[in-house]
Design a protein around this ligand. Structure first.
Ligand code: ATP
Length: 454
C-alpha cells in the first residue's frame, strides 16, 4: 500500500459521524467491543442495502448475461483444498520480540516494529481461514471452514446453473454474501475486518476471448463506482506486478480508492483462466465444462472475476461524500451522497407541533413514504434539523408551515445548494422523483416558485 496520505480528511471524522448518527457501531460494544468486527446501525443498514441493490440492479437485473446465486457459507472442506486455500491462503506474519504486536510482513515498511522499533521475528505463514467443526464431535473428519470468499460457491454450482438456465458463453454468475478472514492486522475502520461482505461475479468466457473480456470488465466496474457519484480523481486502476499475482491469476488489476490512509484496494479484477474449473473437476471427479454447439466440443471456460467489498464501498462512499462547508456563520458537516445511496431520500419537517400543521405533515409523510425512503423529524429547531439531515446525506427536506394550510404548498430544500423551492403539495411526489432522477434542483414543477425562506 502506497503511503500517500490524504491530508484533508482524517478517518476519525468518518468514524465519529458514523457512530454518532447510527451508521456503524463497534461490535459487542457493551462488552468492550470485538476487534475488527462492526455492526451496521439503523442508517448504516439502509446505506449498505442501497449499495448492494445498486450492484445487483446493474450487474444482474439490467443484464441478460448474468444470473444470481446465494450459496452457503460453510462448504465441503475439499472445496478449500481444491481452491488452494488450505495450502496457500496465508499471509506472512511477523511478531515484535519487544512489544509482542503482530504484523503482516508484506505491509511493513522497513525491518523494525512500527509500534516500538523493536526487533521482528522471521516471517512465518499464517492461514487466514476460520476453522470450525461440523456436528458434535471435534475431530479431524469434521473440520469445516467459514468461507474466505464467495467465489467458490459459484464455481461448484457451475453445472447446476448451466443446466437450469441454459446460458451460452459468455455468461456470469453473481453473488453477494458474508466472507470471513482471520486477518493479522486489521484497522482503518471497516476497511479491513474479519467478517465482511463481498460482491463477486464469475464471468465465464471462451478461452481466447478472455483478454478482451478482462479489459471490458475493468471499464465496466470502474464505471459502476463512478455511477455512484465517487469522484474520478479518487479512483484509479493498478495492475498487479508479476510477483504479486495470486497463484491462479493470469492478470489482475485493483480498483483503488484514495482513502484517508492512502490509495488502497476497493475491488480486485482477476483473469483466473481455467484454474478453478480444472481444480474442482479434478478434486470432485465431476467435469465442469461447457459444450460448444459450434465446434461440438467440450471446453473449459476461462473466468474473469470482479470481486468487490461491500464494506469498503460503503467506506469509500462516506469518505468521498463528506464535506465541511460554511453555512451562515457556522460550519456544517454534510454527506453529499448520491441519492441512490442516501439512507433517506427525503425528510419531512413540520415547522410547528400544533395540530393543523402536524396533520398535514403526517399526511404528506404517509404519501411520500409509499414512494421513497422517508423520515419524519419534528424535534428541535429547523436549523438543527437541517443540520442533522445534511450530516446523514438526505438529499431533500420538505417543510410544512402555517402557510401550507392556506396555499396547499410546501418548501423543498436542496441539501447541496441549500436553495429552496415552494411547490404545490399535489406536485411534490413528481417533483421529488424528477430531482432524484437527476433533474436540476432549480427546475420548477407546475405552480412552483423559487423561495428565499422567511
Ligand atoms: P487486501 O490485500 O486488502 O487484504 P485482498 O487482495 O486479499 O485484499 P481480495 O481477496 O481480492 O482482497 O478480495 C476482494 C475484495 O473483498 C477486496 O477488494 C475487498 O473489497 C474485500 N475484502 C477482502 N478482504 C477484506 C477484509 N478483511 N475486510 C473488508 N473487505 C475485504
Amino acid at each position: 500500500m502506497e503511503k500517500n496520505i490524504k491530508p484533508e480528511l482524517n478517518m476519525e471524522k468518518i468514524v465519529s459521524l458514523a457512530r454518532r448518527r447510527g451508521f456503524i457501531f463497534p461490535s459487542s460494544e457493551i462488552y468492550g467491543g470485538l476487534s475488527s468486527c462492526w455492526d451496521y446501525g439503523p442508517l448504516g443498514v439502509e446505506m449498505k442495502r442501497n449499495v448492494k441493490d445498486a450492484w445487483w440492479q446493474a450487474m444482474v437485473h439490467n443484464r441478460d448475461d448474468i444470473v444470481g446465486l446465494d450459496t452457503s457459507i460453510i462448504m465441503h472442506p475439499r472445496v478449500w483444498e481444491a481452491s488452494g486455500h488450505v495450502s496457500g491462503f496465508s499471509d506472512p506474519l511477523v511478531d515484535c520480540m519487544n512489544c509482542k504486536q503482530r504484523f503482516r510482513a508484506d505491509l511493513l515498511e522497513g525491518d523494525r516494529c512500527p509500534n516500538c522499533g523493536g526487533d521482528l521475528t522471521q516471517p512465518r505463514q499464517f492461514n487466514l481461514m476460520f476453522k470450525t467443526f461440523m456436528g458434535p464431535v471435534e475431530d479431524g473428519a469434521s473440520i469445516a471452514y467459514l468461507r474466505p470468499e464467495t467465489a467458490q460457491g459459484i464455481f461448484v454450482n457451475f453445472n447446476n446453473v448451466l443446466n437450469t438456465t441454459r446460458k451460452k458463453l459468455p455468461f456470469g454468475i453473481a453473488q453477494i454474501g458474508k466472507s470471513f478472514r482471520n486477518e493479522i492486522t486489521t484497522g482503518n475502520f471497516i476497511f479491513r475486518s474479519r467478517e465482511f461482505e463481498q460482491m463477486e461475479i464469475e464471468y465465464f468466457v471462451k478461452p481466447g476471448d478472455d483478454e478482451a473480456q478482462f479489459k471490458y470488465w475493468l471499464d465496466e466496474r470502474l464505471n459502476w463506482f463512478l455511477s455512484l457519484g465517487i469522484r474520478k480523481e479518487n479512483l484509479r486502476l493498478r495492475q498487479h506486478r508479476k510477483d504479486e499475482l495470486a497463484h491462479y491469476a493470469k492478470d489482475c488489476y485493483d480498483i483503488e480508492y484514495f482513502f484517508p490512509m492512502g490509495w488502497s484496494e476497493l475491488e480486485g479484477i482477476a483473469n483466473r483462466a481455467d484454474f478453478d474449473m480444472k481444480q474442482h473437476s479434478l478434486y470432485s471427479g465431476n467435469e465442469l465444462s461447457y459444450f460448444d454447439e459450434e465446434t461440438k466440443k467440450h471446453i473449459v471456460p476461462y473466468v474473469i472475476e470482479p470481486s468487490g467489498g461491500v464494506d469498503r464501498t460503503v467506506l469509500a462512499l462516506l469518505c468521498d461524500a463528506y464535506a465541511e462547508e460554511p453555512d451562515r456563520d457556522e460550519i456544517r458537516a454534510v454527506l453529499h451522497l448520491h441519492p441512490s445511496i442516501a439512507p433517506f431520500k427525503v425528510a419531512i419537517l413540520p415547522l410547528s407541533r400544533k395540530e393543523p400543521v402536524v396533520n398535514t405533515a403526517r399526511a404528506v409523510y404517509s404519501s411520500l413514504r409509499r414512494c421513497f425512503a422517508a423520515s419524519y423529524d419534528d424535534a428541535q429547531s429547523i436549523g438543527r434539523r437541517y443540520r442533522r439531515q445534511d450530516e446523514i446525506g438526505t438529499p431533500y427536506c420538505v417543510t410544512i408551515d402555517f402557510d401550507t394550510l392556506d396555499d396547499q404548498a410546501v418548501t423543498i430544500r436542496d441539501r447541496d445548494s441549500m436553495r429552496q423551492l415552494r411547490v404545490p403539495v399535489e406536485q411534490l411526489t413528481n417533483a421529488l422523483q424528477a430531482k432524484l432522477n437527476g433533474e436540476p434542483f432549480e427546475t420548477l414543477p407546475p405552480g412552483g416558485k423559487h423561495w428565499l425562506g422567511f
